[in-house]
Design a protein around this ligand. Structure first.
Ligand code: SF4
Length: 510
């Protein structure tokens, strides 16, 4: 009789190190990853609803913001239970897992991290004791004053230990020490050792001390909270259900669970939601520095950022690019899928028809199967296949959102030439990426960024294209319809709007 193989439950080995998967990720070339947003957060307060399922679908909609681990913490008003694991949302949770997370309130998290820190300990939501109960917390962003905050935490060790002692007497579920090395655990620890009368007071006292980028969802047994740093670097949206409230990294995640978008959580705002209603507090005056890369690549095109859909900003970037770098050609094609809105904009503005040149496998996802050497050599063909009949003999404009190392575009040019393209003109809807991000996005190292050592002509040569044009910084900013002074453009301009972290800063958590 055949025996069913057990379903793989985790992507890490006994040492807590991420186990290699098949690398068949959504990236066209896993060795040439796009800049990675490091987390998505989601929270629900909705009496009478199965909120863990709502959070599941919310995280599903935010999967692009983090594919290494996922977690949900749920509260029934008396107790918080957290379930988190390595892998995609669909790999971490099944129906039975969600049934172990009862309650009317929950927070969830999807996380991306660099390989070295991809461990279960760093998965979120984190859980910690406070003098008022337990706090579960999910974070998107990156703090830039980790060492200062660590010193603050060290000076509060006595309060912390007393809190832990009391919590341990109440329950043996709660861990009594920082269980990972990241800044999210540090925030949890500082919330545990604060001196306010309740968690709201503790948060209002702590958050002005946090520097860098943070969009947080957190909760104790009774109240759901959301908070955003005073620069508003990462997005955070508030939505309404018939019988409750939702907070999510992006508005698209509100749509997917049937919540209507109310407004963004404002920079410098803390929101508390419970049976007494929704309360809003200002913990810092806004000094806006929204991440412009959210418009270029990171956010979903169907999300709304600062009143504008990401899709319309990307399409406009394509129009600007067509004005800045026109070319005689027969067809505009996109690098699927992130280049598509800009390619459509380029086609509209230039009058050159938009066409399908590359087919992407829509079902690409992580796999447990290690590719053989033969399969590995296929490279980007695992993900993309050229439509020869559309390409042969044509002069193509190929639009993409950004170039990191250039490996993807180089392979693409080779593949299109093999399929018979006569000319290949690459157009990029963001300026050259030259600087690292300290506010929650994982880039290649400076040395790996192709634009860091080469001129545009040299990059064009290296890719084997007939021409290459990057949108200007001003052109990209104008397409977002945001004030330049209210955006972070540091990875393009090198102008950092928030103090850069100490060189000793630890690994990014999220
Ligand atoms: S440096 Fe600024 S613009 Fe670039 S990814 Fe980071 S936050 Fe966004």
């Amino acid at each position: 009789m055949p025996v069913a193989a057990p379903r793989p439950r985790a992507l890490w080995d006994n040492d807590g190190v991420a186990r290699a998967d098949g690398q068949l990720t959504h990236e066209i070339d896993p060795q040439d990853k796009k800049p990675q947003d490091e987390c998505g957060v989601f929270g629900v307060w909705a009496p009478g609803e199965e909120v863990s399922k709502l959070v599941y679908y919310g995280l599903y909609a935010l999967q692009h913001r983090g594919q290494e681990s996922a977690g949900i913490a749920a509260s029934n008003g008396e107790q918080i239970i957290v379930y988190r694991d390595m892998g995609l949302v669909s790999q971490v949770f099944d129906e039975n897992d969600l049934e172990t997370l009862p309650g009317h309130m929950a927070v969830g998290h999807t996380r991306y991290s660099t390989t070295g820190s991809s461990t279960w300990e760093n998965a979120q939501p984190t859980l910690g004791p406070t003098r008022f109960g337990t706090v579960a917390l999910g974070h998107n962003g990156n703090l830039t004053n980790f060492l200062e905050l660590q010193e603050l935490a060290d000076t509060r060790q006595e309060v912390r230990q007393e809190t832990v002692k009391q919590a341990t007497q109440k329950t043996n579920r709660t861990r009594g020490h920082r269980d990972s090395s990241n800044d999210t655990s540090l925030i949890t620890e500082l919330l545990a050792s604060g001196t306010g009368e309740n968690l709201t007071e503790v948060a209002l006292e702590l958050f002005p001390k946090l520097e860098g980028a943070f969009s947080l969802v957190f909760m104790d047994e009774h109240t759901l909270y959301a908070a955003r740093d005073r620069h508003g670097v990462r997005p955070l949206a508030l939505g309404r259900l018939d019988r409750g409230w939702v907070v999510a990294s992006e508005t698209a995640a509100l749509d997917i669970v049937g919540a209507s978008f109310v407004r963004a959580v404002e920079p410098g705002e803390l929101i508390a939601i419970d049976e007494d209603g929704l309360r809003s507090y200002t913990f810092a005056e806004p000094e806006l520095a929204r991440c412009v890369f959210e418009y270029v690549y990171l956010a979903r095109p169907d999300s709304i950022l600062a009143g504008k859909t990401v899709h319309s900003a990307r399409t406009e970037m394509g129009r600007v690019l067509a004005r800045e770098y026109p070319v005689d050609a027969d067809m505009v094609i996109a690098t699927p899928e992130s280049g598509t809105p800009a390619a459509v904009g380029y086609a509209e503005e230039s009058g050159i028809p938009f066409g399908q040149g590359l087919m992407k496998n829509a079902y690409v996802g992580r796999t447990f199967i290690q590719p053989s050497q033969t399969i590995r050599q296929l490279g980007i063909r695992l993900k993309l296949n050229p439509l020869r009949e559309n390409i042969e003999g044509k002069r193509l404009v190929v639009v993409d959102d950004s170039i990191v190392r250039g490996n993807t575009q180089r392979a693409l040019v080779r593949m299109l030439r093999e399929a018979g393209a006569r000319e290949i003109h690459i157009r990029i809807s963001s300026p050259p990426v030259k600087w690292p991000c300290f506010y929650g996005i994982d880039f290649a190292t400076r040395a790996e960024l192709i634009a860091n050592g080469l001129t545009t002509d040299e990059i064009c040569q290296s890719l084997g294209a007939d021409s290459l044009g990057y949108i200007s910084l001003d052109g990209m900013i104008s397409a977002t319809q945001q004030e330049r002074s209210e955006l972070c453009t540091a990875c393009f301009s090198g102008e950092y709007p928030i103090r850069i972290p100490d060189s000793q800063a630890p690994e990014r958590s999220c």
